[in-house]
Design a protein around this ligand. Structure first.
Ligand code: IPM
Ligand code: MN
Length: 372
């Protein structure tokens, strides 16, 4: 199997070293081979060459079976350039329409919500549509024309906007939801519930205010009917109520289907209620294409270079990747080892109240993998 490795910026490089080390250990133990292709995409290259991801880079990446990504971001680069030019570029180019984010509390982590250790569910975030498609402007003057073309695997859309207002500062953003886009992500959420033997899927939207979410809700309704025989119940929550339940009653959730932007917000909240941004992982999945796996955290320039970043999110993203590459035994072994190390609590990075280094955690996880 060929895997692209993109360590990126800041602590990305440090946690990636551990993720790769752990995957190498588990593949050696279970006798399969990963060949790594490392790429230097990120702030460093952007500052030197002015490039984020070119068409050639994307073609090059597509030669791999999966992409193992860490984090990008650098204080010297204007916000948005690397995020859109690298991260969103990969999600869109490879049509990774599923953003799968387990929200799981690990024993051994200091709990944030009193008496709430029983948090274990999946956020299924739509990953290609909504307000993320890039149609918007912050400089619409009194009379203003804008043209946008959105070229996607599942459709192309053109917007010709003719804006007139009697004030001179108007900003706007347009979101798109397509039937196909909603269907495929909502179906994935129900299929996930079925596979995991869960009895509830929660659809999240804001259909009471934002018109286009009515389509999301209608399709959620249609698809939910296909799963009645599987004894999977469905419910909707407006995103504001969902946020409240994340804090007051997170144990009620099993699988949530969430449009892109609300999914972005709720999954950070999800990481927060589990006590640490450092342990959360995420998969950007196209079941028939090249998927990309990354920790939820960013490049954390404030602690970069100190060797104290928590590598658990990166390691668990690696486990998600192996699971998607049909190496579930390896994935489970990695997860078990990580859970053991967190619970035991001897080797922990400072964010979890310990004094271990990034590499100590990787080594300890490998030690457990070898013992198991
Ligand atoms: C995430 C991040 C990205 C997003 C940013 C960096 C573009 O916050 O993966 O959740 O908004 O999707
Ligand atoms: Mn986010």
């Amino acid at each position: 199997m060929k895997v692209a490795l993109i360590p990126g910026d800041g602590i990305g490089k440090e946690v990636m070293a551990e993720g790769k080390k752990v995957i190498d250990a588990v593949s050696e133990k279970l006798n399969f081979e990963i060949s790594w292709n490392e790429y230097n995409f990120g702030a460093e290259r952007y500052l030197k060459e002015g490039k984020t991801l070119t068409e050639d880079d994307l073609k090059e990446l597509s030669k791999n079976n999966a992409i193992y990504f860490s984090a990008i971001g650098d204080t010297r680069v204007k916000p948005g350039i690397l995020e859109k030019g690298i991260l969103l570029a990969m999600r869109f180019y490879f049509d990774e329409y599923i953003n799968l984010r387990p929200i799981k509390f690990f024993e051994g982590v200091q709990e944030i919500l009193k008496n709430k250790k029983n948090i274990d569910f999946y956020a299924v975030r739509e990953n290609t549509e909504d307000f993320y498609i890039g149609i918007g402007s912050n400089e619409a003057k009194k009379k203003h024309k804008d043209e946008f073309e959105i070229l996607r695997t599942i459709y192309n859309v053109k917007f010709n906007l003719d804006i007139e207002s009697d004030k001179d500062e108007i900003a706007y953003q347009i979101g798109i939801l397509s039937r196909k886009g909603c269907e495929r992500i909502i179906r994935y959420a129900f299929e996930l519930a079925k596979r995991k033997n869960f009895d509830l899927v929660t659809g999240v939207d804001k259909a009471n205010v934002l018109n286009f979410y009515a389509v999301w809700r209608k399709i959620f309704d249609e698809i939910s009917k296909d799963y009645i025989n599987d004894k999977i119940k469905s419910e909707y929550l407006y995103v504001d109520a969902a946020a409240m339940f994340f804090v007051l009653k997170p144990e009620r959730f099993k699988v949530l289907a969430i449009p892109n932007m609300f999914g972005d917000i709720l999954t950070d909240l999800g990481a927060g209620i589990c006590g640490s941004l450092g342990t959360a992982a995420s998969g950007n999945i196209n079941p028939k294409g090249v998927s990309m796996f990354e920790p939820i955290h960013g490049s954390a320039p404030d602690i970069a270079g100190k060797g104290i970043a928590n590598p658990v999110g990166q390691i668990l993203a690696g486990a998600m990747m192996l699971d998607e590459l049909k190496k579930s035994d390896a994935a489970n072994l990695m997860i078990k080892a990580v859970e053991y190390v967190l619970k035991e609590g001897k080797v922990r990075t400072p964010d979890l109240g310990g004094s271990a280094k990034t590499a100590d955690v990787g080594n300890e996880v490998i030690k457990k993998i070898k013992e198991m």
